[in-house]
Design a protein around this ligand. Sequence first.
Ligand code: DAT
Ligand code: MG
Length: 152
Amino acid sequence: MERSLILIKPDGVQRGLVGPILGRFEARGLKIVALRLVQVPTELAERHYAVHQGKPFYEGLVEYITSSPVVAMVLEGTNAVAAVRKTVGATRSFEADPGTIRGDLALEVGRNLVHASDAPETAEEEIALWFRDDDLVDYSRDTDAWIFEEGR
Ligand code: DAT
Ligand code: MG
């Protein structure tokens, strides 16, 4: 089973979209294995976005993600990283397809509601950055066999 790190960014929390956004992931069958509300310290924001350091939008990005709480979560499922990215939609919200979170609920690149890991390797690094090992809950759902062909 693959895992991905997802953040509902400050605009999602402020706009009251935590439920609808989380609901889309749940409805797709992804399993919540960790979840918490976080007022992001600048140091964590800088480490999370280290790959973008030096880019023209970097300062704005750190300011945005630290401006108000985010909801951080780890979601699990078959091909979770790719599935979540598809559900989230293109980075530039105005180009995101209808039916995606950004395509339905956002307009701008700098207010694009959600962060999602872009590869299984970065997902592992990001999960370690945002959660301790014992924050991740190992459990099965009674519905797993109806979502995963090899469901437990
Ligand atoms: P994503 O969030 O889709 O993984 P990314 O990792 O390329 O996109 O960039 C991280 C965030 O940085 C993105 O959600 C919004 C911001 N960003 C990216 N490219 C940008 C640009 N050209 N102008 C302004 N903000 C940008
Ligand atoms: Mg990214």
